[in-house]
Design a binder for this molecule. Structure first.
Ligand code: ZN
Length: 361
C-alpha cells in the first residue's frame, strides 16, 4: 500500500506483518479522488522496491518509479485500466495548473482557443462533468487535471478509429458547453456510425488511394521499381530499417500496409528517456497516423487535380505532427516536426505507405 499523509509517503503491507513499513518526506503528491490511489508522488529518500508493499503484486507493475533532481518519483501509469478508474486519465503532469492543463488538452482535441478561458473557469467551478481538479496533497505544487472522455460528452462515439470525427465533435461539444444554453440537447455535427462498415466506403479512404489510381501503376513503378528490386520492404522491416505499423494504421482509417522509418521511430515515436512513464509510444504513433490521415482527407476535400507535371510529387504527402520533447531547461516543450508519407508499390506491387522525416529518402 502506498499512502500520503501529512507530507509523508508511507509504504506498507496490511497483509504481511513481517514487512517493515518505510516512510519518507513527500514533496508533492496527487491522489485520485475516486479510488484514492496515489497517481503521482515526488519524495525525498531512496528508491523503494514496491513489491513487498503491494497487497496485490500486480499493482507494482502499474507504477513507474524514477529519480529526478535528487528525489524519487512514482507514477501510476495504468490508472485508466481495469484495476483503476476506467476512463480517468491525467491530462498532463507537466503542464500543471488548470489553464496549462486545459491548454494541452485543447490542442489535442482541436478545441477553439477562444473557448478556453470560459471552459477553464467552468472547470475550476466544477461545472463540467468529466473534468476533475486534483490538488497536490502536500500543498507545494499547482493542481493537475483529470479527464474522463466518457463523462465529458454524451456524444455517441464514432466507431473505433474515427478519432478525427470524435475530435471535431468534441470541439463542437465545447462550443455547446461554453454557450451555456442547455435547453437544447447537443447535436454532434458528425453523426456516428452504428457499427464499423465491413468494407470501408471509398470516400472514407485517405486521398492517396485516389491519387494512386490517377497516377497509375506505371509512374509509381518507374520511380520505385529499382529500389524495390534491390532491397525488399520485407527485408527492410526484418532489418529494423522500417517499423511495420499496419495494425495501428488500420485503426486510424489507413487501408494500406504502413511502415515508419527507424529515424522517425527512434527520434520521435519512441518517447525520449526523460518522458517515459508520462508519454507512451502508442500515443505518439497514433498522433502521427491521425495527422497523416487528417492531411490526406483534407487534400482530398480540396479536390486536387493531379496534373501531368505533378505526377511524381503526388505520391508524397507532406504533413506535420507535434511531439512533446524534453528541453534543455528541463520542462518538456512541444516540437512541430515535418513529416512526409510516400506511397509506392510493395514487394508484391501492392500499394504501401512509408512515413518518414522530411529529410529522409
Ligand atoms: Zn482512481
Amino acid at each position: 500500500m502506498i499512502e500520503v499523509k501529512d507530507n509523508r509517503i508511507y509504504f506498507y503491507n496490511t497483509n504481511k506483518r513481517d514487512i517493515i513499513p518505510v516512510d519518507f518526506q513527500c514533496v508533492s503528491a496527487y491522489l485520485c479522488p475516486h479510488c484514492k490511489k496515489v497517481l503521482a508522488a515526488y519524495y525525498a529518500g531512496k528508491v523503494v522496491d514496491l513489491e513487498p508493499f503491494m497487497e496485490d503484486p500486480a499493482m507494482k507493475y502499474h507504477y513507474t518509479p524514477g529519480t529526478s533532481n535528487g528525489g524519487q518519483y512514482l507514477l501510476l501509469d495504468n490508472h485508466n485500466h481495469k484495476k483503476g478508474c476506467p476512463g480517468w486519465e491525467i491530462v498532463s503532469l507537466f503542464a500543471r495548473g488548470i489553464k496549462y492543463s486545459i491548454g494541452v488538452w485543447a490542442r489535442r482535441y482541436e478545441v477553439r482557443p477562444e473557448n478556453l478561458q470560459k471552459l477553464c473557469e467552468m472547470i475550476a467551478a466544477s461545472k463540467v462533468s468529466g473534468f476533475e481538479i486534483v490538488q497536490d496533497t502536500c500543498g507545494a505544487d499547482d493542481p493537475i487535471v483529470l479527464y474522463n472522455e466518457h463523462l465529458f460528452t454524451n456524444i455517441n462515439k464514432p466507431w473505433f478509429g474515427q478519432s478525427i470525427a470524435r475530435k471535431e465533435n468534441l470541439a463542437a461539444y465545447v462550443d455547446w458547453i461554453v454557450a451555456g444554453d442547455y435547453s437544447k440537447p447537443f447535436e454532434p455535427p458528425i453523426k456516428p456510425k452504428t457499427e464499423p462498415p465491413i468494407d470501408t466506403p471509398k470516400d472514407e479512404l485517405p486521398s492517396l488511394v485516389d491519387i494512386e489510381a490517377e497516377t497509375g501503376d506505371q509512374s509509381t513503378k518507374s520511380v520505385f521499381g529499382d529500389i524495390i528490386d534491390v532491397y525488399t520492404r520485407a527485408q527492410a522491416i526484418d532489418d529494423g530499417v522500417l517499423v511495420d505499423v499496419t495494425e495501428t494504421a488500420k485503426e486510424a482509417g489507413i487501408v494500406y500496409p504502413t511502415a515508419v522509418t527507424q529515424a522517425l521511430w527512434n527520434g520521435y515515436i519512441e518517447p525520449p528517456e526523460s518522458l517515459k512513464g508520462f508519454q507512451d509510444m502508442q500515443g505518439r504513433l497514433w498522433d502521427v497516423l491521425t495527422m497523416f490521415s487528417f492531411s490526406a482527407r483534407a487534400m482530398k476535400k480540396s479536390n486536387i487535380d493531379v496534373a501531368e507535371s505533378q505526377k511524381d510529387t503526388a505520391q508524397t504527402l507532406y504533413f506535420k505532427t507535434i511531439f512533446q520533447m524534453p528541453s534543455k531547461a528541463g520542462n518538456p516543450k512541444m516540437e512541430t516536426v515535418d513529416l512526409k508519407a510516400v506511397c509506392g508499390p510493395g514487394d508484391n506491387a501492392e500499394p504501401i505507405l512509408t512515413i518518414m522525416l522530411l529529410e529522409e529518402d
